[in-house]
Design a protein around this ligand. Structure first.
Ligand code: COA
Ligand code: ZN
Length: 194
């Protein structure tokens, strides 16, 4: 069971939509989201699913139909539709990996989420240690969740994030961390700051 405070809502799925689910999901998406999903090809199911989960979650919190949720994700660098997702009245975050799609939302403070598979090659572990320092996959999902909560993502050097069990700091920002256990094969960190 996910262990999260009540003011944080999480929704997740394994990647994959059958044709009726895909039609339902596509009908929720904005033109910008549809073009983003087309551009990403291999990852398009996860992109579609992520937006579907996020729109459904936000719709429940805001009392809106998922299609009517005013979700934008404008990139701060180029203006493209692949930046931090924003919905007035909430803060939200999304993450996808090969085996999961996770969305979180809250009406209080700022939020970020990251999911990664627990298993991986030695090369992957070495690459993660290179950018995040020692500490393994939990440390890496914590760093990414904080960077997504911050909103700059990997424009910030991941080594600037100081992580301890249950909390993190980046510049003046203090973050609380949670590790909801969604499945045995996944590491998830949710980062939140007031
Ligand atoms: C945010 C970032 C760390 C996520 O990378 P990742 O771990 O490979 O991917 P995840 O699946 O965990 O997260 C992807 C989601 O993060 C969200 N996201 C993208 N940019 C974000 C940002 N700056 N802050 C918070 N969330 C962001 C999006 O919702 C995206 O999913 P979507 O495009 O399907 O909506 C990475 O994309 C990044 O650092 N982006 C900023 C730098 C950049 O891309 N600049 C673009 C220049 S054109
Ligand atoms: Zn961009």
């Amino acid at each position: 069971m996910p262990v999260l405070p009540e003011f944080i809502r999480l929704s997740w799925q394994r990647p994959g939509l059958d044709p009726p689910q895909r039609s339902t999901a596509l009908a929720m998406l904005s033109p910008a989201e549809l073009s983003r999903a087309e551009l990403t090809r291999a990852g398009s199911v996860s992109v579609i699913q992520g937006r579907m989960l996020l729109r459904t979650l936000a719709g429940e919190l805001l009392g809106l139909d998922p299609r009517a949720v005013p979700l934008s994700a404008t990139c701060a660098d180029c203006g493209g539709p692949h930046g931090q997702p924003r919905i007035p009245g909430l803060t939200v975050s999304l993450s996808h990996c090969a085996t999961a799609v996770v969305a979180v939302a809250t009406a209080e403070g700022h939020i970020g989420v990251d999911v990664e598979p627990l298993e991986g090659s030695a090369e992957r572990a070495a690459a993660i240690a290179e950018v995040a320092g020692a500490g393994g996959i939990r440390r890496w999902t914590s760093v990414e969740a904080v960077l997504k909560c911050d909103g700059r993502g990997l424009r910030v050097d991941p080594r600037e994030v100081a992580v301890t069990e249950g909390s993190a700091a980046l510049g003046d920002g203090q973050y609380q961390l949670w590790y909801p256990e969604l499945a045995d094969d996944l590491q998830v960190t949710v980062a939140w700051r007031a």
